[in-house]
Design a protein around this ligand. Structure first.
Ligand code: PMP
Length: 441
């Protein structure tokens, strides 16, 4: 590696989502349970399961074995042109059986961004298949995160993902985020705020012409935009507007999928009936890159007929549905089922909730939010949250800092004692910052 200090030039890596002139990164060398160790021998609890994804911690022996056995059996094959790995076919059947209605077919990719890129293309393709080729645009929300490809970054509603990249794209229309705590009018109830967001969506669609819009994409609960849980009535209101205008709903479950919210899918938690769903991260507990797009039976039939007329479905990735990822995903699903995933997350989530409630009266706290094992400590001011995150890291816990929000999304293999250790550090870090937070000199 180039040494930035000695040579005064750039490091050998251009790091994703990092200030290139910040201090050199901490080098992580090993993982054990929900903890990781750096090259200085310091140990940290990762309270966000890395990137909301390492659901089974960092050294699950069964997942390691599943990967190495698949490597030995069939290390690679593709799913193009009339072949597919048998293990990938087994995973597709297993997922389809588990997905909520009306989802009944899956397309495999590798990363979350590829899944979102694919979902956008498949939504357009379906509109073409049903004779609506003018329905090519998308609606996405402020604060959304959908990935780092061209379209997935364009759908993302965070300015730092657009600036300098020639984004967003003209095909993307933007509507407001469901952040009641920050965006509601004084005295506006959650229901009233949800209805307002739905009215704004309806007005946008009328102004832009529903006949030009393929789909609306949304995370059931927003992750990278600050762990924004939908306010009361939000998804029912939004779905009503979309159905009325014949616009598809894509649920981006890349963070919320596979248990995070205390149900298998966030759609089940919030009564969402999507036409399409994107999945990644916890599908393999992140031990191997694998992602999926699920589509409804109606979409599958229309797409099947249209692609047949044109000889092929012209979309796919070399590594999509990789057999090693598929084997890891099957083992991950076994582990989730054996642990009774929704019950386990609900039980641990309730414990986390009791510890979060203890923060309520502290100075500087804006709002505490939690659903399952997805939680946010939103501070009034971003600078306070940054200080708390730095203090917590000194004390051995990584939280995810998002403006004024400290995000918490621990692995499902955390014990109640681990959650206590995480929240003890949160409290100690808040104590250490208390003087500044309270504004006392
Ligand atoms: N959608 C959502 C909701 C995400 O949280 C992410 C990643 N954090 C992505 C898409 C993109 O996934 P990936 O980084 O695997 O491309």
């Amino acid at each position: 590696m180039l040494d930035a200090g000695a040579k005064g030039g750039p490091m050998s890596q251009l790091y994703p989502f990092t200030d290139p002139q910040a201090a050199a990164p901490r080098r992580i060398v090993s993982g054990h349970g929900i903890r990781v160790r750096d090259d200085q021998g310091r140990e940290f609890i990762d309270a966000v399961a890395a990137l909301w994804c390492a659901s089974l911690g960092f050294d699950d022996a069964r997942l390691r074995r599943a990967a190495s056995e698949q490597m030995a059996e069939l290390a690679y094959y593709h799913s193009f042109m009339g072949r597919t790995p048998a293990v990938t076919e087994r995973l597709a059947d297993r997922l389809v059986a588990r997905l909520p209605a009306p989802l009944s077919q899956v397309f495999f990719a590798t990363s979350g961004s590829e899944a979102v890129e694919s979902a956008a293309k498949i939504a357009r393709y379906y509109q073409s298949a049903r004779g609506r080729p003018d329905k090519m645009r998308f609606i996405a929300r402020e604060g959304a995160y959908h990935g780092s490809g061209q379209m997935s970054a364009a759908l993302t509603g965070l300015s730092y993902c657009h600036t300098g990249f020639g984004l967003p794209l003209p095909a993307v229309l933007r509507t407001g985020r469901p952040h009641h705590f920050r965006d509601a009018e004084p005295g506006e109830s959650e229901i009233a705020f949800s209805k307002r967001r739905a009215r704004e969506l309806d007005a946008l669609i009328r102004a832009e012409d529903a006949g030009t819009i393929a789909a609306f994409i949304g995370e059931p609960a927003m992750g990278a935009g600050g762990v924004i849980l939908p306010p009361e009535g939000y998804w029912a209101e939004i779905q009503e507007v979309l159905a009325r205008h014949d616009i598809l709903l894509i649920a981006d479950e890349i963070i919320t999928g596979f248990g995070r919210t205390g149900e298998w899918f966030g759609c089940e938690t919030w009564g969402i009936r999507p036409d399409m769903m994107t999945l990644a991260k916890q599908l393999t507990a992140s031990y191997f890159p694998l992602s999926a797009v699920a589509i409804s039976g109606e979409m599958a039939r229309a797409i099947g007929g249209f692609a047949h007329q044109h000889g092929t479905f012209g979309h796919g990735f070399t590594y999509g549905g990789h057999p090693v990822g598929s084997a890891v995903a099957l083992e991950t699903l076994d582990i989730y089922e054996e642990m009774d995933l929704p019950a386990q997350v609900a039980r641990l989530g309730a414990h986390l909730g009791r510890r979060l409630a203890r923060l309520a009266d502290r100075p500087g706290i804006g709002q505490l939010r939690r659903q399952g094992l997805l939680a946010a400590v939103e501070m009034t001011r971003a600078e306070d949250a940054a200080r708390v995150a730095a203090e917590a890291e000194q004390r051995g816990v990584f939280f995810r800092l998002i403006g004024p929000v400290l995000a918490i999304a621990p692995p499902y293999v955390a014990t109640p004692e681990d959650l206590d250790a995480i929240m003890d550090v949160m409290e100690a870090a808040l104590d250490a910052c208390a003087v500044e937070v309270a504004g006392v000199p």
